[in-house]
Design a protein around this ligand. Structure first.
Ligand SMILES: [Zn+2]
Length: 399
């Protein structure tokens, strides 16, 4: 993880002190590269908030020159810049505001020729482009390269926002199979409206990068700023989506099989023999665990024995089946970026389990692994069940 300089620690002190944020979140921001397509009232303002938050590298993509009628909302611009390429002014302003941020300005639109390179260069993309042609290109490339994308768009006083994690959430094409007939050049807009959406867009990216708080996954936030009505709607993935659907050419088989590398081993943690399985996720994925019990254990309590997954600091409480998942953001809905996930199973539970299968929620990968060693007999001597602090330091509960 990158180090933070004394200046950076001071500059970001007020956000580092946020509960759940801390230095680690700041380091993640510093390590991140965010692609922003469009640097107008929406993309430019979102880029501003990413720069002041300390995102290490920004790639801004926007063709075209600044016009006088952009000046009611494009707060990175200045009056003397009218007629010049806005993307260079945006870079200059952002670097003035935060010299620790590296900004790359690309004076171009998103095109079929450049989109793959752009998406591969970034960890997260913000879709703030001014038309659906560019939006569709970016969406498809993000699906192809499994990069998360924050999708933000507006029309007059209305706006919507969602975060797309390929393979996990609906993509833009699932949400809008037919594109709205928006007049991208001509619609009326107030800077405060594009700015409102831009701030929320930046916040989504910060959540994705840091893992702090919940981004809008499979949820579409709609905003009617006429009436100040904000609503969240559940959005659904279209299995037959031409971009992200199961049969889409964007999901080659080789990618599916590389999503997780699974290892299982046997070890001893705090006197207790445990099995632990480590999944090294090579791509973002949402998954659930499914367990199979041995026939002999299908007694009246069997239904109580479902494997539960939990967060690292959840302690032993509630994990009936002695499962410990490390580095998972939340219990029932695990969405991980690249990372390592360790699952511990204590020796008492292990003999009862015939196997554990990892189900990826999107159904694109049938991955299973079984562990088999019912001979382990060591048990923890503490006698406490599911009480945090009384079990192992690693959090493996006694059963
Ligand atoms: Zn889709």
């Amino acid at each position: 993880m990158v180090n933070l300089s004394p200046t950076e620690l001071e500059r970001y002190r007020r956000q580092i002190m946020l509960p759940g944020f801390g230095k680690e979140a700041q380091q993640r921001l510093k390590s991140a590269t965010v692609l922003v397509t469009g640097v107008g009232g929406l993309g430019g303002t979102a880029a501003l908030y990413l720069a002041v938050a300390g995102v290490g590298r920004l790639i801004l993509v926007r063709g075209g020159e600044l016009r006088l009628d952009d000046m009611n909302r494009q707060i990175l611009m200045s009056d003397d810049w009218v007629g010049k390429p806005r993307v260079f002014k945006a870079k200059e302003r952002l670097e003035d505001i935060n010299p620790d941020v590296e900004v790359e300005a690309i004076f171009d639109y998103v095109t079929p020729d450049n989109v793959d390179f752009l998406v591969q260069s970034a960890d997260v993309a913000l879709d703030c482009a001014h038309n659906f042609t560019e939006r569709d290109l970016l969406n498809a490339a993000c699906v192809r390269w499994r990069k998360p994308m924050v999708e933000a768009a507006m029309d007059g006083m209305e706006a919507y926002l969602t975060t797309i994690v390929p393979g996990v959430t609906p993509c833009l094409s699932c949400l809008f199979p037919e594109k709205p007939e928006w007049d991208r050049r001509g619609f009326g807009v107030l800077g405060a409206v594009s700015g409102t959406l831009a701030c929320l867009t930046a916040l989504e990216a910060i959540k994705l990068i840091t893992g702090c708080s919940q981004p809008l996954l499979s949820q579409l936030l709609t905003m009617d700023l006429h009436q100040m009505v904000f609503a969240k709607r559940r959005s659904y993935r279209d299995r037959n989506c031409p971009v992200c659907g199961t049969h889409s050419h964007h999901y080659p088989t080789s990618l599916q099989l590389s999503r997780a590398l699974v290892n299982s081993q046997q070890s001893t943690v705090n006197h207790q023999q445990v099995y632990f399985m480590t999944l090294t996720l090579t791509e973002a994925a949402e998954f659930r665990l499914r367990t199979f019990l041995l026939a002999s254990s299908k007694d009246e309590n069997a239904t109580q024995r479902g494997i539960r997954v939990g967060v690292e600091d959840g302690g032993c409480n509630g994990y009936q089946y002695s499962i410990k998942v490390i580095n998972a953001p939340q219990a029932d809905d695990i969405v991980m970026q690249q990372g390592k996930l360790s699952i511990y199973i204590d020796a008492q539970s292990a003999p009862l389990l015939e196997g554990v299968v990892v189900d990826f929620v999107d159904g694109l990968l049938e991955s299973g692994f079984k562990f088999s060693n019912p001979n382990a007999t060591d048990t923890c001597g503490c006698g406490k069940s599911f009480q945090a602090g009384n079990c192992s330091p690693a959090g493996v509960p006694c059963s």
